[in-house]
Every structure is written in structure tokens, then in C-alpha cells.
Design a protein around this ligand. Structure first.
Ligand code: AMP
Length: 512
């Protein structure tokens, strides 16, 4: 079934329900949203010869027209290729070429820079915020969404590509349906009175999460800033009400800092789904203390979109269970539509309590990588997706991540998980943010290096942090070197870029 059917149904069931809101301004009801998407689909077919299965790139900032474009493309049976708006136009151009997209939809920033750089396969550049786009949306509409099977591709998602070129993950209509159904079962309910709030990039998880809100005819709010601004989020919570949003853990840290400084309580924010990177125990405990029971965690990856495990709202708030801290430091339990297991390198499944690579099987798992059979065969084996993440399951099915295999530090032949060291440093009152990497060490192979952002007005030196570490973890795990920095490099999803930290460490030598 074509995902655009969900929009058609909501338009039929609730034509006057507010659908698209830009800042504080209503741009379209569900009836109007569906009409625009059907019109754009008609234009794609009639004016640009777009055929089912063709790819359409979107290199745009967050805007409500992103959703019109997405559903218009699906309506026409096309595949969307949302490109991270922070990429260099040359990198975006590479993705457009690799996906053989026939059309690129942009906003002025970052998209205008693509002009003159488009590959031959891509003949047109259309600004989503231009009168041209509005005219195309008013074209003779397609009468109904083009028929699509569960196995047909809907979204070609390019991975962040920290090693080599990014790979295109082929997400099908069926994968995204599965993600949406599991959301209702394992993450949260959605009602017509709710509002999906886009504070994180729509090219990624926040954008994927629109579909549950379309199905339930809820509102979609793109804030005036187009991104993450704590003051704006709290204001919308009060004014718009019933917000649902996806946020990276680093964004929650900033929300909590803002709430502490301003006295905000999070009124009107119903659910903050967090994931995409490690949430530290100290941070989530503080977040619940300050903002209350508004949080649900998910663990997923492009290859099984937003859909591997979930840690429920109840589990995030529970402080009575004897192992509540372990649970809170975990990523929760398998979502309903997947099996999650831990495997040894040879593929043998490991029992509870043993660490290995996390593998996943089920309906949301991607169809494979675009034009890359080799990488597909390496990643999906006997139907199991090998995530590249290391982890351990407990007897109750809670999964704890142990960093990506490539981030594990091997010092003197022993594995050190950066996350464990980070968790300890973060409970030191002077530490605001921290990220730990391995750096080459002649004696030990690798040693632990901590990049630390101190809390404002606080002081701590390497000796004080070293003492703190030895009070909590084995001596060999404590950082051998510290870098005190003003901020950590992050991508626009708020993920700390350890590759950048490694480069900094390499360029500045071991003891700057
Ligand atoms: P991406 O495919 O860009 O969404 O990145 C997915 C990766 O982010 C996963 O393979 C994990 O390494 C990491 N990740 C996702 N969710 C979580 C989470 N809840 N906690 C820790 N790491 C996460």
C-alpha cells in the first residue's frame, strides 16, 4: 500500500482538521494538504515525466512544503531522497547522481548552491518556497495514489558515511508502515489534537516520524527557526499544546539547561522521543526531574528505521524497580515487529549477559543498499541485519549498547567501552559534556582520551577528573589525556562526531 493512502484517508475523514502549520500560521487543512500533494503528483507526471520508482531528491531546510513534496512524490509512486541539509552542495550533488534522481527539490538555503552542479540525470531544480512550486501543486491532480506494493521503495536514505562514501538505504513502503505500527504499540499513541513538532532535520528521523501523525490527522508544526531552539520549543508547548517531537540526546541536554535557567516546566510538550546517540544516565535522570514524564527512548538505524528497541515512558520514569538504573541506561526492549539478538562474530547467537554484535530481523529491516550488492550481502546475512553496534541483552530482554564496534578502545589488549568512561565523567559536577575516544599509544596500542566541556563557572583539571575516575572505574579505563574544549563537534542531528575528535587528536598530538 502506498503511504500516500494515509494522507488521502485523513483528508477524507477530517478534511477541515488543521494539517500544516508554519511558525504560528496555518498553511493547510488536511483537505488542502492532500489536494496539494495530488496536484504536485499530477505535475510530476505531466510536466516532468516522473514514472513510478523514479527518485526525487530533497535538499531543503525544514519547511511544511517538505511534507507536501514528500506526499506528492509518493502519490506519483516516486521515491524520495531526502539529503541532509548540512552537507556541502558537492556531497549533495554526489547523492543526487548516485541515486539518479530526476528532479531536485530545494529551499534557497542550502539548495540554491546546487545550481550549475546538478548531474546530467537531474534536469530540474524546484524551490519548495517559490510560486512555481505552488503552481505545480495546483496542477490537475492525480485521481488516486499510484499503486505500490509493500516491497516498493519509498525513501532512499543516505547514511552519514563516516567511513567512505554514504550508502543509500532502500526503505520500502512496508518498512515505514511497520515502523509506524510499532510506534503506536511500543512508543506512543497519537490523536488528532496532537502536533508533530519538527525541531530536528526532516531528512532524518524527525521527518520519518511524520507518517503516524498524517495517519491520525494530527497537526504538523515547523517552527519559525526551522530547527532546534529551546525557548521556541517551550513557547510552542504552551501555545500549540500536545507536542510530539524527536530529539537527539544532546538536544535534550540543551532543553534541560534552558529549563533550569528559565524555570520552564515543559507544559504542553506531550512526548519527546529521544535516540540516535547515547543518552547518559545522569542526563536522563535530570531530564525527568526537571521536565517530568515526557520521554520515550528509541534505538534504531537507517537500516531498520527508528525501529529496533524502545524504552517506554513508564520505564524512563520508574525509580522503584530494583534495577531501574540499569534499565534507564539501556535502550529498552525489542519493538513489536522485530527480533533482536546478540551474535558472536561467527554468527552464533549468544545468551543473555554476553556481549556481541546486535542483529535484527523483521518487517522494518531495509530491502538493501542501493546499487551495492556487496555491502548488502555483508550487512544482511540469513535475513538478519548486522547493525555494527555492540550490545548485551539482560534476562528481561533489555538491551544495553556498548558503543559501535569501531569506537571500542583496545588498550593493552583489553576492550574499553567509551560510553562507560563517559557515564562516569558526566556525574562529576564540573563536567557538562564529554566524549571519549581512543588515541594511538606506543606502549598500550591505544589509550583513552577524554574531550571535556566544563560546566559554566566550574573548574576541574586532569588530576581532579583522574581521581574521580579511579573512585568509580578500573584504573586502566581512566583517561590518560584530557582535552578541555568549549564545545563538541556535532552533526545536525546532534550526534557527537567522534571522527572529528580523532582528527583533532591526531593533528594536535597527544598532549597539546
Ligand atoms: P543512523 O543510521 O544515522 O540513524 O545512526 C544509527 C546509529 O546511531 C545506531 O547504529 C547507533 O549506533 C546509534 N543510535 C541510535 N539510537 C541510539 C540510542 N537510543 N542510543 C545509543 N545509540 C543510538
Amino acid at each position: 500500500m502506498n503511504l500516500a493512502e494515509w494522507l488521502v484517508r485523513s483528508a477524507r475523514n477530517a478534511p477541515d482538521a488543521p494539517a500544516l502549520i508554519s511558525g504560528n500560521e496555518q498553511i493547510a487543512t488536511y483537505g488542502e494538504f492532500a489536494a496539494k500533494a495530488a496536484g504536485f503528483a499530477g505535475a510530476l507526471r505531466d510536466c516532468f515525466n516522473v514514472a513510478p520508482g523514479d527518485r526525487i531528491a530533497i535538499f531543503a531546510a525544514n519547511t511544511v512544503q517538505y511534507l507536501v513534496a514528500m506526499y506528492g512524490a509518493w502519490f506519483a509512486g516516486a521515491v524520495i531522497v531526502p539529503v541532509n541539509a548540512k552537507l556541502h552542495p558537492r556531497e549533495a550533488g554526489w547523492i543526487i547522481e548516485d541515486s539518479q534522481a530526476v528532479l531536485a527539490l530545494i529551499t534557497d538555503k542550502p539548495g540554491a548552491a546546487l545550481a550549475g552542479m546538478l548531474p546530467e540525470s537531474c534536469g530540474h531544480l524546484i524551490d519548495l518556497q517559490s510560486p512555481e512550486f505552488e503552481t505545480l501543486c495546483a496542477h490537475t491532480p492525480l485521481p488516486a495514489p499510484v499503486s505500490r506494493l509493500q516491497s516498493d521503495m519509498a525513501w532512499l536514505f543516505y547514511t552519514s558515511g563516516t567511513t567512505g562514501r554514504p550508502k543509500g538505504v532502500m526503505m520500502t513502503h512496508g518498512n515505514i508502515h511497520a515502523m509506524a505500527f510499532a510506534y503506536f504499540v511500543d512508543v506512543d499513541q497519537v490523536y488528532e489534537t496532537d502536533a508533530a513538532f519538527y525541531a530536528a532535520p526532516m531528512s532524518h528521523g524527525a521527518g520519518l516520524y511524520n507518517v503516524m501523525h498524517v495517519l491520525k490527522a494530527a497537526r504538523h508544526v515547523v517552527p519559525a527557526s526551522g530547527g532546534f531552539d529551546p525557548a521556541e520549543i517551550f513557547e510552542h508547548g504552551r501555545a500549540t499544546g500536545s507536542l510530539h517531537m524527536f530529539a537527539a540526546p544532546t538536544m535534550i541536554r540543551r532543553l534541560v539547561d534552558h529549563a533550569r535557567a528559565s524555570g520552564e516546566t515543559g507544559e504542553g510538550i506531550r512526548t519527546i522521543v529521544y535516540g540516535g546517540g547515547p543518552m547518559y544516565l545522569a542526563d536522563i535522570i535530570e531530564a525527568v526531574d526537571v521536565l517530568g514524564p515526557r520521554f520515550v527512548q528509541i534505538y534504531g538505524q537507517g537500516e531498520s528505521p527508528m525501529c529496533i528497541t524502545a524504552l517506554s515512558r513508564e520505564a524512563v520514569c520508574d525509580r522503584d524497580h530494583p534495577r531501574w538504573k540499569e534499565r534507564l541506561a539501556s535502550v529498552g526492549r525489542a519493538q513489536s515487529c522485530v527480533e533482536v539478538a546478540i551474535a558472536a562474530e561467527d554468527g552464533a547467537l549468544l545468551p543473555a549477559g554476553q556481549s556481541g554484535e546486535i542483529i535484527v530481523r523483521g518487517a522494518p529491516v531495509m530491502a538493501g543498499y542501493w546499487n551495492n550488492e556487496k555491502a548488502t550481502a555483508e550487512t544482511i546475512r540469513d535475513g538478519w541485519l548486522w547493525t555494527g553496534d555492540m550490545g548485551v541483552l539482560d534476562e528481561d530482554g533489555y538491551l544495553t549498547l556498548k558503543d559501535r564496534s569501531k569506537d571500542v578502545i583496545i588498550s593493552g589488549g583489553t576492550n574499553i567501552y567509551p560510553r562507560e568512561v563517559e557515564e562516569v565523567l558526566l556525574v562529576h559536577p564540573a563536567v557538562h559534556e564529554v566524549s571519549v575516544i581512543g588515541v594511538p599509544d606506543v606502549e598500550w596500542g591505544e589509550s583513552v582520551c577524554a574531550f571535556v566541556v566544563l560546566a559554566s563557572g566550574e573548574k576541574a583539571d586532569a588530576a581532579a577528573l583522574g581521581r574521580h575516575c579511579t573512585e568509580h572505574i578500573a584504573r586502566f579505563k581512566r583517561p590518560k589525556s584530557y582535552r578541555f574544549v568549549d564545545s563538541l563537534p556535532k552533526n545536525n542531528y546532534g550526534k557527537v562526531l567522534k571522527t572529528e575528535l580523532r582528527k583533532i587528536a591526531e593533528q594536535t598530538g597527544e598532549n597539546p
